[in-house]
Design a protein. Structure first.
Lengths: 521, 521
């Protein structure tokens, strides 16, 4: 039995039928040249199911003890339950994939078992297949999930069948390769501090920095601290900030990383600033189209990693900055600058703290916002408007048993008061967005994808740069049109069947084709 | 707003994450000759999604009022959510179908929406497709579900596209055709009585019959009432009577009705008696194989309909007889006779009561057993050992938009203390069994299917009759063998793909082929 730390336990204790607390996402792959789909996927399934030695806590289930929650080993783990094989109905477009992922992301994990599921999904067009995975937030955070995908893949296209992604072997090998086997040297007081009682005790020991931070935070609340945005302060109510139902919608999209980087260079902004500005522009458009743009700006909760380099062990090492999304500002450049200033102010605040202090600070200031939300008051007292989470991913193309990883689209959590979550991963030369929303509060979430493109084009215009593969300066008009953003326009309905019956008839030219994007304009 | 009656509300109030309270099942169809699978299934999906006028409560969701639970109309019903299109991975055997149905039956319905889902499932072999449906027990009982399948189908193979099965039109048309439009004339006191308070008040008015029944029930409890079996009395504990986890396994099988009828004739027993004896034989074998056959006999809860002919309206009109399963008796004939006597005693008791009194009696005597179970004490104080429910179904072959209904396999509820539920439907000339079990307590539920066949053969031997299509008197040995009971042995792995690419290449001989059975020996 191992004690579950407080932040992780919170995700378990506050989980409700309407607010499942799992994270995950869709990884998209292309079959290796010449591989038979059935043989290949069956081999993957067998590999995944044969795992017997799990990294923590993938072989454990939750038990309630006298003094809290504990992980205990599941001696009869039922791998057929955890590793599933699914299929898309014809014609097997991304639309069908998103529809399935939406359903899979809706249902609760079984609490009497290790808190994860993995679904191999066949039936996509163009020799692609997908893996949807679902892991309880008590077991992992976004960066941790990224480590798992990275650990299961390799940069070698022709590497042999590796370890199951959640195996102890994969974990050890990855840590060895990536960090030379140096385990995280977090001081015990950093980990233990996550217990609230100890945290409060610590409060008196952590000296001046924390006191300063608290004071700054308080000043921001009463409006006298420059650009620092704080939760609850002037957070408007919109249709995004409602109670949520149990059902989810999931959509995803890839954007070329270079387009964002070009804006960064030209505007002297960070990737995070530009990504937040994209989201802000998309949100502004969405709210305008529904005629509910509020007078006050939306605030976004932007999680930042408190994980130290080399720490691949912590389940949850994450803090939050409150970003002012400047949705009430018409001018896109001014909007970007406002966002940038609020992010700088938030980071300055965290930078003055040690990682341990930062973790404590988060608990004292921002976690209550999550609590309010989960306790069902989030829709009455929104602490933020939405969540925009930018997770750094692998910088080189990855392969899983020879199958190229075409994209990794995260799927995160929504709850009362935050009916939408935008999470993105930087992978190689692309930015992969995964958006999860409450199916009832935001029935037309796919529009956000179009709005994101519009907002990116707008920023490119402001920055005086032009995105690769776009048609020129009139693109702002043309990108508005395609309602079929999620369908592969070049794909024929029969492509799936053909690929199945004649896997070798397709030319190997595929690998040199343009990188797969979920929306091809 | 319409008040939800007490029994129905019970299913809502007592539902837990580990014990979802929905019923449903898998309907298996064969595509009409010459129909293109994609076109046909797309048309079905459209028909189902286009429904706007629902029979009650299929357009309603549950709201909590001051004095109980109510149905309220969902003004923004999201039909894409309720009507889903799924697919099986290759090779598309029944194994893959059961695997998908097990998962779909595991997850909770969304309480903020009308409490049903319907899944069109493609990817089966031999031009079959399936529909899995899932309806909250608060909205329907087994007989009601049967009425819905019957209302959506017709005996005419070439009838045009009909109404959606849960539409008000289908409901009206069905009632008109079946019962000449005569609505149920249940006295108001019968319905209202389901409220516990009123039921208790009624108790003093319902006179002698009920008092007699209660006395007989009491005598049985202390062992002085002949063959009447009662809940809790000497109910042994087995691995079936444990706490359940949230995950389910579903398996199904068709048996020829004639085989059971032949035994009935020869042994002077009812269909229900013989079916219970089949289940008892299967349970005895299962427990023997696990070396845990208890000294006392298992008791089965056998639901009986309290629905009056012509009543297609009541959500829940169901009572229960406690059947002595005689699992401790070696001799199959004696076992059948013991079961028969306990069923007769139970029916005698109910027969003396008016339907209203019977409903009341059930509430006072048997519903507490359900309560114990749902409150989590079922595994400590099992009231019954299992549930065996025999639902009379349509007597002629049915078609849905021209697709032949090949089988209807019910999927019901398990909860703490009852880790397995056997429900069967008599359809035309077959008995379709659907078995649901807790995935953790009964990991090898597919064995029950084999044991059922063995028990049937045993009864045939005792009765001196021989089942049609079987190989003779040595079948008792041969039926033991096939571990692949759930796979179509004649089907090739590539059949699915072929059927997809060349739907018209298949000969029309299919219709004259033998009736599809889930296990072909």
């Amino acid at each position: 039995m191992r004690r579950i730390d407080l932040t992780s336990a919170g995700f378990l204790l506050l989980e409700k039928r309407e607010t499942p607390m799992h994270v995950g996402g869709v990884n998209l792959f292309t079959l290796p040249d010449g591989a038979d789909e059935q043989e290949f996927l069956t081999a993957l399934r067998t590999q995944l199911r044969d795992c017997r030695d799990f990294r923590k806590p993938f072989g454990d289930y939750v038990v309630t003890g006298k003094t809290g929650l504990y992980w205990e080993k599941d001696e009869h783990i039922d791998m057929d339950y955890h590793v599933r094989h699914s299929a898309l109905p014809s014609p097997g477009r991304y639309r069908e994939l998103f529809s399935l992922a939406s359903r899979l992301h809706t249902t609760l994990l079984d609490r009497t078992r290790p808190l994860w599921e993995m679904h191999i999904i066949e039936g996509l067009q163009d020799r692609q297949f997908a893996v949807y995975s679902k892991i309880h937030h008590a077991a992992i955070d976004g960066v941790g999930a990224m480590h798992i995908t990275q650990a299961m893949c390799t940069e070698e296209p022709s590497a042999p069948l590796g370890y199951a992604p959640y195996s102890q072997e994969a974990y050890e090998a990855y840590k060895q390769e990536r960090f030379g086997g140096a385990t995280s040297t977090a001081a015990p007081n950093k980990r233990d501090m996550r217990n609230v009682l100890e945290a409060l005790k610590q409060q008196y020991d952590s000296g001046m920095n924390l006191a300063t931070a608290m004071r700054r935070f308080g000043l921001a609340f009463v409006g006298r601290s420059g650009n620092l945005a704080v939760p609850w302060h002037n957070v408007p109510k919109t249709s995004i900030n409602t109670r949520v139902s149990g059902a989810r919608r999931f959509v995803a999209q890839t954007f070329a990383f270079e387009r964002v980087k070009n804006i960064c260079k030209s505007m002297d902004a960070t990737v995070n600033d530009v990504v937040l500005a994209m989201c802000a522009g998309a949100l502004r458009r969405y709210l305008l189209s529904r005629d509910e743009l509020p007078r006050h700006s939306l605030k976004a909760m932007a999680p930042v990693s408190l994980r130290e380099e080399g720490d691949v062990d912590s389940s949850n090492a994450v803090g939050f900055i409150t970003a002012d999304m400047a949705t009430n500002i018409y001018d896109p450049e001014k909007r970007l600058r406002t966002i940038q200033q609020s992010m700088r102010a938030g980071k300055d605040l965290l930078r003055e703290l040690s990682p341990a202090e930062a973790a404590l600070f988060m608990q004292l200031t921002q976690l209550p916002a999550l609590l309010t939300s989960v306790l069902g008051m989030g829709s009455k007292f929104p602490a933020f408007s939405t969540v925009v989470s930018n997770v750094p991913g692998p910088r080189k193309p990855l392969y899983w048993n020879g199958a190229r990883l075409d994209g990794m689209y995260p799927a995160s959590i929504v709850f009362d008061g935050f009916a939408m979550n935008i999470t993105l991963v930087s992978y190689h030369d692309q930015l992969d967005f995964g958006i999860v929303a409450c199916r009832r509060s935001m029935p037309q979430i796919q529009r956000i994808i179009d709005h994101l493109e519009d907002a990116l084009v707008e920023l490119e215009l402001v920055a005086g740069v032009s995105g690769p593969g776009r048609r020129g300066s009139d693109s702002r008009k043309t990108t508005r049109a395609p309602a079929k953003a999620k369908t592969l326009t070049k794909a024929k309905t029969k492509a799936k069947t053909k690929a199945k019956t004649k896997p070798k008839a397709k030319p190997a030219a595929r690998k040199t084709a343009v990188k797969p994007k979920l929306a091809k304009k």
